[in-house]
Design a protein around this ligand. Structure first.
Ligand SMILES: [Zn+2]
Length: 238
């Protein structure tokens, strides 16, 4: 299956927090979108692997993505080396996305910056034909996505561009709330973590609102780029 957009996250819920409004919008425009989580989030203070697996599946259904995979890398301890790059290269060559979305280049959780660089490096390497890969017994062709964009998650990173998600804020909220083990709820005895506060949930909503305000729409999500963004004409810019 060829995808238009492939979004990677170090942990299940990263993609939802960072760019699920954009994903819901692209799906509504007829784009084929997939999500790949690098780890199962097994070191997370709240919830458990089976619970998070189920939550990730529910969130994927809310967003209407075509595929969601988990690469079972080690939460907290995966590294950016040949073995891990090859695992990602195989998925890039399998799904042939034009656009790759991945974690923020720098963030509070060390896996986010690590995962960001790992995916970005793999996107480049995937385009080198002399790196040979096999997937499910089949030799793969090389493939390099046209662009890699980094979504914004915990830290307030200044975006290079924003996407209007005004009609998709409810879907984004619903996708995030699929992870009921991770986020704020009045009825739980789970320990409080930085992302399990009411303030955190409100900050996600407010950031979308604030980015929207700055470009004259209701809600927006921000991204950073690795190279200049090109448009065909000035009229394409809003
Ligand atoms: Zn994370």
């Amino acid at each position: 299956m060829k995808l238009d957009i492939l979004a990677f996250g170090a942990h299940p819920d990263d993609v939802e927090l960072g760019c699920s409004g954009t994903i819901a919008k692209e799906v509504s425009l007829g784009k084929k979108v997939g999500i790949i989580d690098l780890t199962r989030g097994e070191l997370g203070t709240r919830g458990s692997v089976p619970i998070r697996d189920k939550e990730a599946k529910n969130a994927a259904e809310v967003l209407g993505v075509s595929v969601r995979e988990n690469l079972n890398m080690r939460d907290g301890f995966f590294v950016n080396d040949e073995q891990h790059q090859l695992e990602i290269i195989k998925r890039i060559r399998k799904y042939k996305p034009e656009i790759v979305l991945c974690n923020a280049i720098d963030d509070r959780h060390i896996d986010h910056g690590k995962g960001s660089k790992l995916v970005s490096d793999a996107c480049f390497l995937s385009g080198l034909r002399k790196i040979e890969t096999m997937f499910e017994g089949i030799e793969q062709e090389c493939w390099r996505p046209k662009v890699v964009y980094h979504y914004i998650q915990w830290k307030n990173i200044e975006p290079d561009f924003v996407v209007d998600i005004s009609n998709f804020i409810e879907k984004k909220t619903a996708a995030i709330m699929s992870y009921s083990s991770q986020f704020y709820s009045e009825n739980t005895n789970e320990p409080i973590t930085p992302i399990a506060t009411k303030n955190f949930l409100e900050s996600i909503h407010y950031r979308s609102q604030d980015l929207g305000r700055l470009v004259g729409v209701e809600y927006a999500e921000g991204f950073t780029v690795e190279r200049y963004v090109a448009v065909n004409s000035l009229g394409d810019l809003k």
